[in-house]
Design a protein around this ligand. Structure first.
Ligand SMILES: Nc1nc2c(ncn2[C@@H]2O[C@H](COP(=O)(O)OP(=O)(O)O)[C@@H](O)[C@H]2O)c(=O)[nH]1
Ligand SMILES: Nc1ncnc2c1ncn2[C@@H]1O[C@H](COP(=O)(O)OP(=O)(O)O)[C@@H](O)[C@H]1O
Length: 230
């Protein structure tokens, strides 16, 4: 008898191409929901923020150049991030993926469209007041991108990652002033991307203040879409 785990089941379905983007303001839960999507469906997760932070940690030329921009809550230039993400996409061995944090401008969305089209865009619509509270208590395991929150999903041992036991950090751009700047950048530069995808008929919006209430709806949508296309 062949025993397949839930993820193996979805991995088989994913042999057909499924390309998703997760969007939402900073702190809306993109990383948290992405972690659940990876666990449930086995999709390959690519996060622009994680890639940039890995470059900063490794002190690459790109990381050193982009650090001050990120710390000030500004978006990095379109050509820099598009090149970084599109190169990374070419290096992965799965043709199905979940992009998190990219695209963040209409120009980035057009660059992505020039290479491949997106099947589904998951938009997390969470009120700004909720976000501000969350970000000051966000803790991050830098190498994996796993996120914790003192109130919502605290690590088993304070300050340490559950899986590796390595130390957690707080992001330099999670201060209240920088969060306000990042939300402005979201309003001005990223919100138009929602319209871009709405007009293409691929935008799926999930509104709420709690990830645990939003998640079952996302899970149901992805189950349906992945099953239907096979
Ligand atoms: N209180 C609370 N915190 C949450 C919830 N969902 C996610 N978080 C936390 O909020 C912070 C931001 O979430 P994250 O997934 O990093 O958002 P992203 O910036 O959109 O990728 C993290 O510390 C999460 O652990 C929730 O429903 N309630
Ligand atoms: N697609 C992008 N375009 C421009 N800048 C980006 C992009 N993705 C990430 N960044 C930079 O990295 C920072 C952190 O991104 P990210 O980790 O995705 O933040 P959050 O999860 O809080 O939304 C952004 O504030 C921005 O400076």
């Amino acid at each position: 008898m062949v025993v397949t785990t839930l993820t193996q089941h979805w991995k088989m379905l994913l042999q057909r191409i499924f390309r998703a983007v997760i969007m939402g303001p900073p702190g809306s839960g993109k990383g948290t929901v992405s972690g659940r999507i990876v666990k449930s469906f086995g999709l390959m997760h690519l996060s622009s923020g994680d890639l940039l932070r890995a470059n900063i940690k490794a002190k690459t030329e790109l990381g050193l150049l982009m650090k001050s921009c990120i710390d000030q809550g500004q978006l990095v230039p379109d050509d820099v991030i598009s090149r970084l993400i599109l190169t990374e996409m070419r290096n992965i061995d799965q043709s199905s993926w979940l992009l998190d944090g990219f695209p963040r401008t209409v120009s980035q969305a057009e660059s992505l469209d020039n290479v491949c089209s997106v099947n589904t865009v998951i938009n997390l619509d969470v009120p700004y007041q909720t976000i501000k509270q969350r970000l000051t208590s966000r803790w991050l395991h830098l190498p994996s991108g796993r996120v914790y929150n003192i109130d919502f999903n605290p690590p088993k041992i304070a300050g340490l990652d559950d899986v590796t036991g390595e130390p957690l950090i707080q992001r330099d751009d999670d201060t209240p002033e920088t969060v306000t700047r990042r939300l402005k950048a979201y309003e001005n530069q990223t919100r138009p991307v929602l319209e871009y995808y709405r007009s293409k008929g691929v935008l799926e919006t999930f509104s709420g203040t709690e990830t645990n209430k939003i998640w079952p709806h996302i899970q149901a949508l992805l189950s349906k879409k992945l099953s239907l296309q096979n």
